[in-house]
Design a protein. Sequence first.
Length: 361
Amino acid sequence: MEKLNPGILKTKQHFEILDGLRGVAAIAVVTFHFMEIAYSDYSKDFIGHGFLAVDFFFCLSGFVIGYAYDDRIGKMGVMEFFKSRLIRLHPLVVIGSVLGLLSFLFDPFSTQAITRSAGSILLLFLSSVLMIPNPTMDERYFNLFGFNAPSWSLFWEYIANIVYALVLCRLHRRYLIILAAISAVGICYVAAHSGNLMGGWSGGTFWDGGVRIAYSFTAGLLVYRYNLIIKNKLGFIGLSILLMLAFLSPFSSWNWLSEPFIVIIYFPLMVALGAGAVLNNGLRKICVFSGNISYPLYMTHYAVMWAFGNYFAAHKPDALHLAYIIIPGLIVLVTFAYLVMKVYDIPLRRYLTEKRKQAIK
């Protein structure tokens, strides 16, 4: 068997504005998680559609995976593709699980850990680390991953990567259109049935997550395969504003209509615009930083959310005190995500990549 050329493993040049928009979406979803604890009535939440950031992530992922691997997965092979994705994604799955475990055990505002056996806690932790859905924590609303709730979307990201490597990478784009159309019908059905597209994170809404990624990942892949890149001068700021409009759109009785529109049409359009936009050099560092911290922020923030939720339930702070908590909290979480990236994620991924290159020489 011919040895793999290590050069095939090199990362392609990034679309920096798309990276920056990923960071904007990550900050939006963290803000949403703070706000949904404070305002259980989403119609009173100024960022009541922040959860749709996940659908934007899925769409962006389809585009990026197509761009990064369509022309080389045949040369590198399925197993090397899986190794690439594991090295990229799994270190933060592990650290997110560890942080979730520590938060569960030492949350000063909760005694939930006392009611669970050591064996139960260990099983939940291993499920989280190994990405095995385990929606058994009734005290945490039967999240698929009770120690790190956002892992539900990573679970579906892993599934999409597997399906891409085994099927989608070789599937002609005309069949992708059929898959996207069927998935779009699924999106509309879920929205009509549930009243919104918020599901996917819990045992009871498990398959909603499958429908959400089935459409958005495929749509992102189609944007790449058909080169639906729209040249424009909106720049990072203009596109960030347009993206935030989706998250800030009112949460209402019209969600069954507005949310499918955002997911099916608006987000693929945003990816097409982001890929074709020109980046102002003065904003390059901000864009790069935003993109770099997006995934660490997404995977490390929720341990704080559980503690905040328990604090809110115990003390019921007013709007002013909430502002004093949430705004500094966002800054602290972004700073912590940056430290996790610099101290843990980047060094570990660099080490694993070097070991992998040595193994194929």
